[in-house]
Design a protein. Sequence first.
Length: 191
Amino acid sequence: MKTTARTLAALLGALVLAAMTGCSNGSPEGAATPSSTAASPAPSTPPSAAPADAAARLQYLIEEEKLAHDVYENFSDLWGTQIFGNIRNSEVMHQQLLVPLLEAKGITDPRTGTVGTFADPDIQRLYDQLIQQGAASVTEAYKAGVAIEEKDIADLNADLATTTDPATIAVLQRLLAGSRAHLQAFESHLG
């Protein structure tokens, strides 16, 4: 009981921290306000099949957030544009929001400690494809960012449609708001 209370307290603390600091970059280069996703072009990367099991979905989501972080870290180093560094930092917060959920449910965290390596082979293939795409030009890197955020939004919406756990719903809604803001930021660099 004490472990569950501590885990819930950690989750609430993470949510409060996220609300205070925001998950978006907050810089003039990026948009800090979530937007609706109007009809935007289909991602250039094919969506991978997401697991149906609730535990596997949370593992998938945290690796998906790691993918975003690792791609943006690579592009930040490669292109030196502020947007990738800012959104990369938000992706750390997104992962931190998911950790208490995994812990509360006794789910193993699948993330590796190495940038660019993933336990899920579909996420690994997607990472490799996005890195190749974004290495071609900064414009292609922005398009890769759009593809990542569109995929995150689609996956989060699918999870929200089937999730009934209030703590999970709160985290997924926060991640969704952050992904919408990130998408808007990347789209603003393409328009």
